[in-house]
Design a protein around this ligand. Structure first.
Ligand code: ZN
Length: 204
């Protein structure tokens, strides 16, 4: 199973980090070892002083595909979940400055929170306007709506498939809206999709 994450897919978030909105999707990978195991706390790695949360809608790929046309892309996923793309922002800033790949900042152990359950798209009030939010210690810190994505899921599934084959069970993290910020030991992060609680993660 591989995890593909999209960067800068909400223009308000791209702006808050001083980035421009991309003309083509930006993507990177996390290995399966990045998944935070169920019930485990997120442990802040000792080599970063700035771990940020990024709440993201996650689509699970349900069949094998490559070179997928955008108009057929909806056939490759049917459920949506919610996750966090934990990012070592200080390390990422250093890597960006040097023009180096982001893996150390993005692909470390525990950096991919994923909800246990996925919701069939047909059960949502409107699958083109999916609302989600992240609460830190009971306060809303991020909220988003899938209609604000720069590139919609169909476009992302098709784009990535030009470079990498999708396999059943692969996860697509679709980028984060504005409001990203740091975590500290003791924080509780709770994700909601259409007001359903999808995950609760304690930070250590
Ligand atoms: Zn992200």
């Amino acid at each position: 199973m591989k995890i593909i994450c999209i960067g800068r897919n909400y223009s308000d978030h791209a702006r808050e980090l001083g980035n421009t909105t991309p003309e083509e999707p930006v993507f990177f990978c996390k290995p399966d070892s990045a998944v935070l195991l169920k019930g485990n706390p997120f442990v802040i790695p000792e080599w970063s002083q700035a771990i940020h949360y990024e709440v993201e809608l996650v689509f699970r790929i349900n069949r094998l595909g490559k070179h997928i046309e955008e108009r057929f892309a909806h056939r490759y996923y049917s459920e949506v979940g919610l996750g966090i793309d934990f990012t070592a922002r200080d390390v990422q800033d250093e890597l960006k400055k040097k023009g180096l790949p982001w893996e150390k900042a993005k692909a470390f152990d525990g950096s991919a929170v994923i909800s246990e359950s996925f919701i069939p798209l047909g059960e949502l009030p409107d699958p083109t306007h999916i609302r989600f939010r992240l609460e830190k210690n009971g306060e809303v810190v991020q909220q988003g709506n899938s209609r604000d994505m720069v590139f919609q899921p169909d476009a992302l599934v098709a784009y990535v498939s030009r470079y990498m084959m999708w396999k059943m069970g692969d996860l697509l993290y679709t980028g984060t809206p504005s409001g990203v910020g740091p975590v500290a030991p003791g924080d509780l992060l709770e994700g909601f999709l259409e007001d359903r609680n999808m995950f609760s993660v304690r930070v250590r």
